[in-house]
Ligand binder design. Structure first.
Ligand code: PA5
Length: 329
């Protein structure tokens, strides 16, 4: 897992969608789409959530994500649906795929194979490389899914080769501008991280929670601002008792109002003897920040796994759940 996470920057430029897929996406945009839905679960869902957080405000139609069976009723033949499943066998994603087929939406598939590929004979499929853990495949999934979404909303495609170089360079700032992932992992090793982000950092905080769960096999939470100021904050006096450490994922693109909220939240938490950790990297675009902080926190989860002496690759409980569901528990 460490090697896969180290490869995060290079995975961003490993592959790109076939030109024919991009043409189909541009044609779908020109036909006047009514909305775009990105369906997928777990490690295969996060790229869609990031794409939504980065692009929803630029899209002239609703851009939604779906992590469930079927699809919402608003998704019709005039929508585009992108189904992402690393294995191609995830029950919920297959259900969303079948629903999209039934309603006649413009379908795009991102997968390595499995049942979804078998059932996608005449459909545009962006093929993922095999042999990576789904959650570690985030950069490659993102580099295939984001350009499709960009074409579906009629904007220029991101240059992933450039992005890959930028991310490579940012690793050198770990341990200088921000604490190294290893040091942070040591600092929080007996604590429960609560990742808190706002705007485009919301999926990054959720991703970090999931990475700690799946890689380090331990409990973690995520929340978002401003919402957490209206509920979560009331529990902050118990953070010390439960060993919770808030980790604020800051953005240089935060509005003044949002920065004020982070600082006020920090002050309230400190009154309960709980000092939040602030994670930020300066001088980056929203897209670069999203991926750079996700990469940094992915490494945190691997370091946390090492400290806890657990295997960060195996996800036995997820596999058992899938097996039980397939066999009728
Ligand atoms: O990280 C994981 O292994 C999981 O979160 C999977 O991504 C999730 O179970 C969905 O499977 P798939 O990515 O194959 O659709």
């Amino acid at each position: 897992m460490r090697a896969m996470v180290e490869a995060f920057p290079s995975l961003l430029s490993l592959t790109k969608p076939d030109p024919s897929i991009m043409t189909m996406a541009s044609q779908a945009f020109s036909s006047g789409l009514h909305g775009i839905c990105i369906a997928g679960m777990g490690g295969s869902a996060i790229a869609g959530q990031m794409a939504k957080a980065l692009l929803a405000q630029k899209a002239q139609v609703p851009l939604i994500t779906w992590r469930d069976y079927e699809l919402p009723r608003c998704v019709t033949k005039d929508w585009a649906v992108i189904c992402v499943s690393y294995s191609g066998n995830t029950e919920e994603t297959l259900s969303a795929f079948e629903t999209a087929k039934k309603v006649g939406s413009a379908l795009f598939i991102v997968t390595t194979g499995g049942a979804i590929l078998e059932q996608s004979k005449d459909l545009p499929v962006a093929l993922l490389p095999k042999g990576i853990q789904p959650r570690a495949a985030l950069p490659v999934i993102f580099s295939l899914a984001l350009p499709i979404v960009e074409a579906l909303i009629g904007i220029d495609s991101t240059d992933f080769s450039k992005l890959s170089v930028v991310l490579e360079g940012l690793v050198k700032r770990w341990g200088n501008e921000i604490m190294s992932p290893r040091n942070l992992a040591e600092r929080i090793s007996s604590l429960v991280p609560l990742f808190i982000g706002s705007g485009h950092m919301v999926p990054v905080s959720y991703r970090a929670k999931c990475q700690i769960n799946e890689n380090a096999k331990t409990v973690a939470f995520s929340a978002e601002l401003p919402e957490a100021n209206h509920n979560e904050v009331e529990a902050s006096h118990t953070y010390k008792e439960y060993g919770i450490v808030p980790i604020f994922l800051r953005s240089t693109h935060e509005s003044k109002k949002m920065s004020a909220r982070f600082e006020a939240t920090d002050a309230v938490y400190r009154q309960s003897d709980c000092a939040p950790v602030h994670v930020r990297l300066s001088g980056l675009s929203e897209l670069e920040e999203t991926l750079a902080i996700a990469h940094y926190l992915d490494m945190l989860s691997v370091d946390a796994a090492d400290i806890r002496e657990v295997d960060s690759v195996r996800v036995d409980k997820i596999a058992e759940l899938k097996r039980r569901l397939a066999e009728g528990f």
